[in-house]
Design a protein around this ligand. Structure first.
Ligand code: FES
Ligand code: FES
Length: 161
C-alpha cells in the first residue's frame, strides 16, 4: 500500500505491507533507527514517538494508520548544533546508562512538557510510568525532566526536544 505522511517536518511516500508496524516502517524503510524496539507489544515504551502531538507506541500502530499524520521521532527532537534542553538535562543528571530507553523517555517527556510545562514530579512519574528503564533507575530521569521544564515555559520558542 502507498502511504504519505510527514516525518520530522518532511513529507515521505512509502510502500508498506498492510501489516507493517509504524516502528518497522520508520526503522527499516526510512532508516530512522532512533526509535527503538524491544517488547513489540506496547509494554516498554522504547518505541514511543509523537503522532499529531500525542505520544504513542510505534509498535502498536500500523504504518498505514499514519497516512496523512504528522510524525515526530527522536531524530526530530534534536539538532546538530547544540544539545536540546531535555538532552542537556539528561546528561547533567546522568539520566541514562545504556541509552536504549532514552529516545522513548525523551519523546514521552517532550509530549508531556509541550502540553504541561508545569508538570510536577508526581505527574512526570505517572506519565513516564509506561517507559521502562532497565539500568538507570528513575530518580535521575525524573530530575532531568523537572529541570527541562523551564525551556518549555518560554513563550514563542521553537520546538524544544
Ligand atoms: S517496543 Fe513498543 S512498547 Fe515496547
Ligand atoms: S538507560 Fe539502559 S534501559 Fe534505560
Amino acid at each position: 500500500m502507498s502511504i504519505r505522511f510527514e516525518v520530522n517536518g518532511k513529507t515521505v511516500d512509502v510502500e508498506v505491507e498492510p501489516r507493517m508496524t509504524l516502528a518497522d516502517c520508520l526503522r527499516h524503510q526510512l532508516r530512522l533507527t532512533g526509535t527503538h524496539v524491544a517488547c513489540e507489544h506496547g509494554v516498554c515504551g522504547a518505541c514511543t514517538i509523537i503522532v499529531d502531538g500525542d505520544a504513542i507506541r510505534a509498535c502498536l500502530m500500523l504504518a498505514v494508520q499514519a497516512d496523512g499524520a504528522k510524525v515526530v521521532t527522536i531524530e526530530g527532537l534534536s539538532n546538530d548544533e547544540t544539545l536540546t534542553p531535555l538532552q542537556s538535562a539528561f546528561r547533567k543528571h546522568h539520566a541514562l546508562q545504556c541509552g536504549f530507553c532514552t529516545p522513548g523517555m525523551i519523546t514521552t517527556a517532550h509530549a508531556l512538557l509541550s502540553e504541561e510545562p508545569d508538570a510536577d514530579a508526581d505527574r512526570i512519574r505517572e506519565v513516564l510510568s509506561g517507559n521502562l528503564c532497565r539500568c538507570t533507575g528513575y530518580v535521575s530521569i525524573v530530575e532531568a525532566v523537572l529541570e527541562a521544564r523551564a525551556a518549555y515555559r518560554k513563550p514563542h520558542r521553537g520546538t524544544p526536544g
